[in-house]
Write a protein that binds this ligand. Sequence first.
Ligand code: C5P
Length: 202
Amino acid sequence: MAFTIAIDGPAAAGKGTISRAVAAHFGFAHLDTGLLYRAVGARLLEGVDAVEAARALRAEDLEAEGLRTPAVAEAASKVAVIGEVRQALLDFQRAFARRQGGAVLDGRDIGTVICPEAEAKLFVTASAEVRAHRRWLELTGTGHDIAESEVLADVRARDERDSTRAEAPLKPAEDATIIDTSELDIDAAIAAAIRAVDQRKD
Ligand code: C5P
């Protein structure tokens, strides 16, 4: 059986945690598609052409160290505006989505561009301040020395770039269920996501 759950939303809205929990709940495989763009962004920082890097990307590149840094996130959102990069990453994502046993993909354009036929679509969001605070806790918790105001500025700059780009801008699919996690703790957010998928399964 193939069943695709598309989970989109801006940076640090809780998408990753929710996606992993939803995948575990239904026993589905999970792909964090941001890692594809991060892996290409990391190659760009090494001086490799972004389109070449996207075409040469292998599954094991997603396991590379250091893909979670703010510098790589910034580079990822820059390579993500390049149409040829997005095109090169399309087949990998579509094949993953239709694998047997079900798949959860999280990203920015899964419900709109990559898998418009997904059986369930969620759009997970939260205010920029709440998202910056969460990301700041995460970064300082893993030893990064960074001011919260700087994280907020990064979140806003990435939101702006992701939602105004011509190629696959960040926006909810028309048939997506919106989950605003600003005032939800993680358990409540996961429960809301599972409920939304259950409604699409019937
Ligand atoms: O989700 P994450 O923060 O890892 O994504 C890094 C960057 O990759 C995003 O800011 C966005 O520009 C890009 N991205 C994208 N489409 C996706 C996933 C990520 O454009 N499906």
